[in-house]
Write a protein that binds this ligand. Structure first.
Ligand code: S3P
Length: 442
């Protein structure tokens, strides 16, 4: 986990050019580890995200008795222990900064015959866990949290879960996945209903590992009593990492960038729709399926952007992309309105507040609302101010501000950026090769 405090100095570089790939998808990397760990047989994962979040999940699975080899960068070989092969850890399981790690592991561990304790860093220790505790408790789990349903989570040994029919109170793939993972150990049927569709990687990966799953619009349903069979997983590039490059190339005139092998599952690409509505020039080239997932190369060229009202229906499909969207909006002509995005307040930071505060310091008017914001863009010729901004320890805020600085008239110091290593290790190096001006601060 990142304990070193790292600041960045970002200033305008050159137009973005190049032909690049981004690191592997974080959501898919977590799920590949978890399912492979409890499968029968050996799973090889390629394109694995070498980030702190996913490495924390791998370390936890090792503590639970799973052998995981790392033969090369981006590769993991997981020797599955079978559905009932996990063993108690004598020490707490540290999820670091990863909400996905903690919530999915809570689901996986809820039905085990041993106690576990899940802990996290300062940011994760402030994130709400009632959303997983409630349904898992309804399934028969015993989970003790801190006041306010915060981590650490103590999960008690369980002598049997039972399926539930659960309607998600918030649009959350993490909660859906926690319930489905617990459902593997439950008697009877576990059914999750969602009013707003969220990323479906757990459902498709369960099917790939041979567990019968029935999905229809807004409903995923499994029965206990089956087994998972190891299968190799090729992880596509993370759209959420590509998002920063899409916005950077859109707002820096003269840019023309090709990003290869990006996962374009429609439950992840709401930002594409939003940016295109703003006038962005982004083309999906060579669309194909890779390991069951939609993948494409994304070509992005600079464009003049204008403000839009972001449709509430696509908020869940771009839930991790709002820091990047806020930057595009800050440099678009006219206001951009975001509504129905209260979940942003409980991410790695309160992303509405973090971005509003930073953009104001850069000279942009932002009116915050409880579930969104109105960003009054400066327009194509507009220029941001320099200064010192706080990323609030949030990896996506840090990267979004580095992108914003490409249109500033003086250097921007971004404080507390070490957590970028949770999701996009190598961002600084890659950014520099493309033309983004970014270095570590003194
Ligand atoms: C994730 C789901 C989303 C997302 C997170 C990863 C996942 O969280 O923000 O980065 O892998 O399931 P929520 O389920 O809380 O919306």
């Amino acid at each position: 986990m990142s304990v070193v405090r790292l600041d960045w100095i970002a200033s305008p570089g050159t137009p973005l050019h190049g032909d690049v790939t981004v690191t592997g998808d974080k959501s898919i990397s977590h799920r590949a580890l978890l399912l492979a760990a409890i499968a029968d047989g050996t799973t090889c994962v390629t394109g694995f995200l070498e980030g702190e979040d996913t490495r924390a999940t791998a370390a936890i699975l090792r503590q639970l008795g799973v052998r995981i080899d790392a033969p090369a960068e981006g590769e993991r070989v997981i020797h599955g222990v079978g559905l009932h092969g996990l063993r108690a850890s004598a020490t707490p399981l540290d999820c670091g900064n990863a909400g996905t790690g903690m919530r999915l592991l809570a689901g996986l561990l809820a039905g085990q015959g041993f106690d576990s304790t899940l802990i996290g860093d300062a940011s994760l220790s402030r994130r709400p866990m009632r959303r997983v505790i409630d349904p898992l408790t309804a399934m028969g789990a015993s989970i003790h949290a801190q006041p306010g349903a915060l981590p650490p989570l103590s999960i008690r040994a369980c002598d049997g879960l039972h399926g539930i029919d659960y309607e998600l109170p918030v649009a959350s793939a993490q909660v859906k996945s926690a319930v489905l993972l617990a459902g593997l150990y439950a008697q009877g049927t576990t059914r999750v209903r969602e009013a707003q569709p969220t990323r479906d990687y757990t459902e498709s990966m369960l099917a790939a590992f041979g567990w019968p799953i029935h999905c229809r619009a807004g409903v995923a349903e499994i029965e206990g009593g089956h087994r998972l069979r190891a299968t190799d997983i090729a992880v596509p590039g993370d759209f959420s990492s590509a998002a920063f490059l899409l916005v950077a190339a859109s707002i820096v005139s003269g840019s023309d960038l090709l990003i290869h092998d990006v996962g374009v599952n429609p439950r992840r690409t709401g930002l594409l729709a939003a940016l295109r509505a703003m006038g962005a020039d982004i083309v999906e080239e060579n669309p194909r399926r890779c390991g069951g997932e939609a993948v494409a190369d994304l070509r992005v060229r600079a464009a003049r952007l204008h403000g839009v009202e972001v449709p509430v229906e696509i908020v869940a499909d771009m839930i991790d992309e709002f820091p990047a969207l806020f930057v595009a909006a800050a440099l678009a002509e006219g206001p951009t309105t975001v509504r129905g995005a209260a979940e942003l307040r409980v991410k790695e930071s309160d992303r509405i507040a973090s971005m509003a505060q930073a953009l104001r310091a850069l000279g942009v008017r932002v009116d915050e609302t409880p579930d969104g914001a109105v960003i009054h863009g400066l327009g194509g010729a507009g220029c941001l101010r320099g200064g010192t901004m706080d990323s609030c320890g949030d990896h996506r805020v840090a990267m979004a501000l580095a992108v914003a600085a490409q249109r500033a008239d003086a250097p921007v110091r971004i404080a507390d950026c070490a957590n970028v290593a949770t999701s996009f290790p190598g961002f600084v190096v890659l950014a520099n090769t493309l033309g983004i001006g970014l270095s570590a601060g003194e």
